[in-house]
Ligand binder design. Structure first.
Ligand code: NDP
Length: 342
């Protein structure tokens, strides 16, 4: 029996696929094109346990039908990671909302149609974006937990790219739980969600280090390519390492205590200044090439603004998450080595 991973070419998904293959699972991944399939299979050394299918566009509600018609009876676990994660979009519905929602509904419908008796566990890669309230992040008394939901609607989230992305993740995850509750008697599977804050960490393969990285790692990449004269825009959020997020996806279908849960993956907070502080302290070769900023203004240990309480998730998972220094340093070291700067 196999694990199906949608969007297997993605930053987080490649770590998930790697951990699954390390644990001797048979994996069926989906990717948008044959070229992407060939590239991914080559990176995993043409491992015979990794097979792939083409799913060109998850915005189409029947996108997963062919894959599940052909392989549904071999699939025991489904990890749905595919969803657009971009802020620089102009058509919020076409670029974010529709693929996020339809991708989720489409894969669940395909399971119901072709694998209702075989698929036992489904894990949706949701996001902290589905949990937080973007308009109230400055409120000191606000606490986000596994029970919190982003209050935006399809209409109200279309303010700008980040807001529409948050809306897309909320709407997609909400649709998944609704589908699950309405179809419990027609499908065998149990549902879990993984809700990470910004995910840092190295790309699974050094060859994936490109000029511009995936949206979350690009914060560190941009800081590495900023100059003392040309600082990057200041930004802050929560962080967690990709290796921990991948591990949580495996626990989410392997353990009983993750059934019906939203796993809020966060280890703490960061700002652009915190990234600069670690880069300047830990990579002497960067001295004078990147900004120093105002080191005292880092927010890693600040208690201002809305808080995140994910002690429930940490108890369920029972493993330590990596800290900010390690995730920044590992991300930066891979980029600097690739560029011959280390
Ligand atoms: P990536 O952009 O690296 O991966 C996204 C994946 O989704 C890729 O495989 C991409 O395919 C696929 N995809 C996107 N749109 C479509 C589409 N219309 N049709 C088919 N496939 C599509 O991002 P991440 O790995 O960071 O994100 C993976 C998941 O994790 C997403 O659901 C994201 O929302 C979620 N997430 C990410 C966080 C982060 O900080 N990175 C934080 C919280 C949640 P292709 O490779 O061809 O572009």
């Amino acid at each position: 029996m196999s694990v199906f991973v949608s969007g297997a070419t993605g930053f987080i998904a490649q770590h998930i696929v790697g951990q699954l293959l390390d644990q001797d699972y048979k994996v069926i991944g989906s990717a948008r094109s044959q070229a992407k399939i060939d590239d991914l299979q080559a990176k995993f050394g043409n491992n015979p346990n990794l097979s792939m299918v083409i799913v060109p566009d998850i915005a189409k509600l029947d996108a997963f039908d062919e894959a599940f018609k052909a392989h549904g009876k071999e699939i025991k676990y489904v990890l749905h990671t595919a969803s657009p994660f971009e802020f620089n979009v102009t058509d919020y519905e076409k670029d974010l909302l529709i693929p996020a929602r339809n991708g989720t509904l489409g894969i669940l419908e395909a399971i119901k149609k072709y694998a209702a008796d075989t698929v036992e566990r489904v894990v949706i890669t949701s996001s902290f974006a589905a949990i937080m309230d973007l308009m109230n992040l400055d409120k000191d008394d606000l606490v986000f937990t596994e029970e919190s939901w982003n209050p935006d609607t399809w209409e109200s989230c279309q303010r700008n790219g980040p807001s529409a992305y948050c809306g897309s993740k909320k709407i997609a995850e909400e649709a998944a739980w609704k589908f699950y509750n309405e179809n419990k008697d027609k499908v065998k599977f149990k549902l879990s969600a993984v809700n990470p804050v910004y995910v840092f960490g190295p790309q699974r393969f050094d060859s994936d280090v490109t000029k511009t990285l995936n949206t979350s790692c690009e914060f560190i990449n941009a800081a590495l390519h900023s100059t003392p004269e040309n600082e990057t825009q200041s930004f802050s959020g929560g962080y967690v390492d990709v290796r921990d997020v991948a591990r949580a996806h495996l626990y989410a279908f392997q353990k009983e205590n993750t059934i019906g849960q939203r796993l809020l993956m966060s280890q703490g907070r960061f700002s652009t200044q915190d990234i600069l502080n670690y880069l300047n302290a830990d990579f002497p070769a960067l001295k004078g090439t990147i900004p120093v900023g105002n080191p005292a203004e880092g927010i890693e240990h600040s208690t201002k603004g809305a808080k995140t309480d994910n002690h429930k998730t940490k108890e369920i998972l029972g493993f330590e998450f990596m800290g900010l220094k390690q995730t920044i340093d590992d991300t930066a070291a891979q980029i600097l080595k690739h560029e011959g700067r280390l």
